[in-house]
Design a protein around this ligand. Sequence first.
Ligand code: FES
Length: 173
Amino acid sequence: MPDEQKNCAECKRARAARWREDFPVRWDEDNYITRREMVKFMGLGSLLLAGANFVVAAIPHLQRAEHYPEQKLGPASLVPVSGSVLFNYPTPQDPCILVRNQAGEFVAYSQVCTHLSCAVIHSPKENALFCPCHNGYFTVEEGRPYAGPPTRPLPRIKLEQRGEYVYAVGVEV
Ligand code: FES
């Protein structure tokens, strides 16, 4: 090796040595991760992910626990057997339908179809809630879809009857 280059190589080594003195970091040790550390990291990461999933899953339940207003819908005699009336609940922007089934009991649902949000109507002849947009059908008893494109049930409005009057008291999603 020529002297010039050798000198240059020695210079580099000397510079490197000085650099190591100024920053005494042992990279080989610094980058070394033990199996235990790796398992700890993976375990904590998994716990964090599980916790985040739990929080995301709990949010709808927490929202559901929100307080709904009580709303007097009117006297039971207002709706004949196999008849229905429309109302808004829990806000004036939420259309709902109250149906008196063939047994004389009251059930109520959101009127917003779970397919593409058209308004469902009561069809006494078919004893069903019918969506004219795409011929979707829901049962009156449970609001469950049984024909047409809807796959999710209608949100049910919780009712209470006190004396002659029917009240809306909550929403079951
Ligand atoms: S919007 Fe009701 S069936 Fe499509």
